[in-house]
Design a binder for this molecule. Structure first.
Ligand SMILES: [Fe+2]
Ligand SMILES: [Fe+2]
Length: 442
């Protein structure tokens, strides 16, 4: 039989030997070394966390303990449901329960070098840092995502003390895998690893996680990568392609603060959230260990971005809850790709922050700035919060130059800062902005 020109042909007997040799090599050679990746985790409660990652079947176990290099416990991961399909995976999820609170654990997944995670501090305690960013993407499409994530992992010279975040809140538009290509999904979860192996990744969904299915990127790629504490289901959420039960919003406590996420605007979802979050806030208001209630979600109640304005119905629901619960004074959102701080006196007594410049392109600012807008910046940034007893100091940190920014700042510097003081014994809230706020647009 003639041998096709495009093939490298060998005599029949030699071909059999070649096949045998290849088979023997496959059976005898060690599995190709491929490290586990996309490693991140969420807080489930005072004594539980959930890890998610990608790795081979041989890398489906997380080993951990309270001393370096000594792993007294291990958990075999399960295939998450729904299962991400942004790549073949395999994807793994492992619940670690029965942990000690406020404890540093050392862990290893597969052949990955040892990392650490910390369980939440005792209820009512303070003295920790958290970070927030949104609208990120991946280095597959935006070169600024890499330095943005490295910055979040850093102890910043501009801030006194160790300000590395214990958890990072990311309210939406994580990867833009829907519009920029499916490779951005896996790319994002590797890009965030400078911080996501040690700080908890606490997410809320944005429109780019669910409202288009371009390129096959659906909500299963996100719900399958996170486990939510106090997971809730929203009415209308079945409109999201790839949505399973639960994981539309959630809440959790960390030290002296109750964090409550809000869902995307599925039909009826926000009014349902307002009803249920009211009860969660009422419990926090009556809880002597809780001093602050913070909400976060993708859509901004107040925004003067030229890409997206505010959502007045959401602002109204939050104002109603603020009127009932004095511990509730702060909301943080994304979706509009810039940074903006409201004047609480003009936004129903609440401090509203837009912080949606985590690495993707900037969105621009509508002109003129509305009177309620105290400070805004069209540049990549992230937020850092220093949560203390009776006080939260907030700092907007300048990121690297991004696509389309119209403002400038120096990476790693503080571009805006503000303070929230806990309500006094009488239950009144006081939100003050320190005088030393620099407006870099001037
Ligand atoms: Fe976005
Ligand atoms: Fe968005």
């Amino acid at each position: 039989m003639a041998c096709p020109a495009r093939l490298r042909c060998v005599p029949r007997r030699d071909r059999a030997a070649t096949v045998f040799a290849a088979l023997a090599f496959t059976l005898l050679a060690p599995a190709a070394a491929r490290s586990a990746d996309e490693i991140h985790w969420t807080i489930l409660g005072q004594t539980a966390v959930t890890f998610d990652w990608r790795g081979s079947a041989a890398e489906n176990t997380i080993r951990f303990g309270t001393s370096p290099g000594t792993y007294s416990r291990s958990v075999s991961a399960q295939t998450p449901s729904p299962t991400p399909d942004s790549s073949p995976g395999p994807f793994w999820e492992a619940k670690l329960t029965g942990l000690l609170e406020n404890t540093l654990y050392y862990y290893s997944i597969g052949s990955e070098p040892e990392q650490t995670f910390r369980t939440p501090p005792p209820r009512g305690s303070a003295g920790f840092w958290i970070a927030q960013e949104a609208d990120i993407g991946s280095t597959v499409s935006y070169s600024a995502v890499g330095p943005s994530q490295a910055l979040i992992a850093q102890d910043l010279p501009a801030l006194a003390g160790d300000d590395r975040p214990r958890l990072v809140i990311v309210p939406g538009d994580l990867t833009y895998g829907d519009q920029n290509g499916i490779a951005n999904v896996d790319g994002h979860f590797n890009d965030v690893m400078p911080w996501s192996r040690t700080a908890a990744y606490m997410v809320a969904w944005g429109n780019h996680e669910w409202d288009t299915s371009v390129g096959g990127d659906d909500l299963n790629n996100y719900e399958g990568r996170f486990d939510f504490p106090n997971s809730q289901t929203s009415p209308g959420a079945s409109a999201a392609i790839g949505n399973g039960p639960g994981e539309d919003w959630y809440w959790f406590d960390y030290g002296n603060t109750r964090f409550i996420a809000y869902p995307e605007p599925y039909s009826g979802a926000w009014s349902d959230w307002a009803t249920k979050a009211d009860a969660v806030m009422a419990a926090a208001q009556a809880d002597g260990a809780i001093q602050f209630i913070i909400t976060y979600g993708h859509r901004p109640p107040w925004s003067s971005g030229s890409d997206h304005g505010g959502e007045s119905s959401l602002a109204s629901m939050m104002a109603t809850m603020h009127g009932k619960y004095s511990k509730y004074v702060l909301n943080i959102a994304g979706h509009s790709h810039h940074y903006e701080r409201s004047d609480p006196a003009q936004t129903n007594g609440m401090l509203h922050i837009v912080s949606g410049a985590g690495g993707s392109s900037l969105g621009g600012l509508a002109s003129p700035a509305p009177s309620w807008s105290v400070f805004r910046l069209d540049h990549l940034e992230h937020l850092r919060l220093h949560v203390q007893l009776g006080r939260i100091d907030g700092y907007a940190i300048c990121g690297p130059a991004g696509a389309g920014n119209s403002d400038t700042c120096t990476q790693g510097t503080i571009v805006d800062q503000w303070t929230i003081v806990a309500p006094g014994g009488g239950g009144t809230s006081d939100v003050t902005a320190p005088a030393a706020v620099r407006d870099l647009r001037q």
